[in-house]
Design a protein around this ligand. Structure first.
Ligand SMILES: [Zn+2]
Length: 395
């Protein structure tokens, strides 16, 4: 059999995407690497991960095209080799659930890309299909407000249940007609057609009829290179994604004791309320700070105050109040032992605030600076250490 890429290993998956069991002759078997005269295992190709399954009873962990051969990598689970010799006959089984899901995702991709091509004149220039993601890259921008319409139209193409028609042409054959293609390959080209929807050169297994794709959902779109990257899911993968999202919505609604439709408005209200309350907490903390400054021991040389929530303006006001009545350092530390502290330190008539900043930098690795009258900065240290520094630490 002649084929598109000149691979000699016979590609049974191209002839029947629905076959799950096959036998073949061993061409070579070295360690865990096996080459057969033909295989049902779809290799990694065109952005799609390889098939899984078993060969000669061993799990197949990778399938790659190398030169004109398809290599199967087996998990020997400690065995020295497969026991296979060139010329032996062996049997393989592919993981049908995995294969079929990939067929659904890939055929869904064709319908979606065909529609995008027709509606927006864009080409699919990149495709990734794995367990983690199904992404389609286009060489231009799809307006975000048209995504929902695209999703509906693709799902209509699914329910139209049109057959897939797969034919081989010489690429130079005018009979091949118009088709989408990422590469200009010489030789034979395999064209997968969903009549009325899409024609595309493709090497992968596809569903017999679009109805088998099942639900197709768009899960995201981001700007990518000069166009967009669209994420889709089909069949049970789409259903699972919808179910997961639905569960999150229901759980959140239950927690907020509201209906799913009210979640967004209620979350916005809750965040606004939190912002207002945080502002009020800061205000109260600032007032408390000023009361503490007013009540500070008038005979103390240095005064150091702590607050979790006071803002910088309140801290500066407190420091100004303190420096008017104290000779030494007057500091306010805002924050916590875990997160560290922002500080404002002023100097009374007998001190230089820059020396306090120097001390904090030298002893506790603080950052910041300022003028001889006032310094500001931050320090990752415990309140006890800061108190100790200002009561005994050479100031
Ligand atoms: Zn394809």
């Amino acid at each position: 059999m002649q084929d598109a890429a000149g691979v000699k290993t016979g590609r049974l998956y191209e002839e029947d995407a629905y076959a799950v069991h096959f036998d073949a002759a061993v061409v070579s078997a070295e360690g865990n690497d096996v080459v057969l005269d033909r295989t049902l295992f779809f290799p990694e190709e065109g952005g799609q991960v390889p098939d899984r399954g078993t060969l000669a009873g061993f799990p197949v962990t990778d399938v790659q095209i190398r030169g004109d051969e398809i290599h199967h990598t087996l998990d020997l689970n400690g065995a020295p080799d497969t026991g296979l010799r060139a010329g032996d006959r062996t049997e393989g089984d592919i993981d049908w659930a995995f294969r079929f899901s990939n067929m659904q995702q890939h055929s869904g991709e064709h319908l979606f890309s065909g529609l995008v091509h027709r509606m927006f004149g864009l080409d699919n220039v990149g495709f990734h299909l794995s367990e983690r993601e199904v992404t389609l890259d286009f060489n231009g921008v799809i307006p975000p407000d048209r995504l929902e319409e695209l999703e509906i139209l693709v799902n209509r193409a699914v329910t139209a249940d049109v057959p897939s028609v797969i034919r081989y042409y010489e690429s130079s054959d005018p009979e091949a007609g118009e088709y989408r293609s990422k590469l200009d390959l010489p030789g034979m080209v395999r064209i997968v057609e969903f009549p009325g929807y899409d024609r595309c050169a493709c090497c992968a297994p596809h569903v017999r009829r679009t109805g088998e794709i099942g639900l197709l959902i768009v899960t995201g779109m981001i700007r990518y290179k000069k166009g967009v990257r669209v994420s889709i899911l089909c069949g049970e993968r789409a259903l699972k994604e919808c179910r997961r999202d639905r569960n999150i919505v229901l759980q959140t609604a239950q927690y907020l004791t509201t209906s799913p439709n009210e979640i967004y408005a209620q979350t916005v209200r809750a965040r606004e309320e939190i912002r207002t309350l945080k502002g009020r907490v800061k205000e109260l903390a600032g007032e408390k700070m000023l009361r503490a400054a007013a009540g500070a021991d008038p005979d103390a040389e240095h005064v150091i105050l702590f607050s979790e929530d006071a803002d910088d303006a309140a801290a500066r006001s407190a420091v100004n109040m303190l420096t008017a009545s104290h000779r030494g350092y007057c500091g306010v530390f805002t924050g916590s032992d875990e997160d560290g502290y922002r500080f404002v330190i002023g100097a009374g008539s007998g001190a230089d605030a820059k020396e306090a900043a120097e001390l904090l930098r030298g002893r506790l690795g603080a950052r910041g600076g300022g003028s001889p009258r006032m310094v500001q900065g931050s320090v990752k240290a415990a309140a006890d250490d800061l108190r100790a520094l200002f009561s005994t630490g050479g100031v």
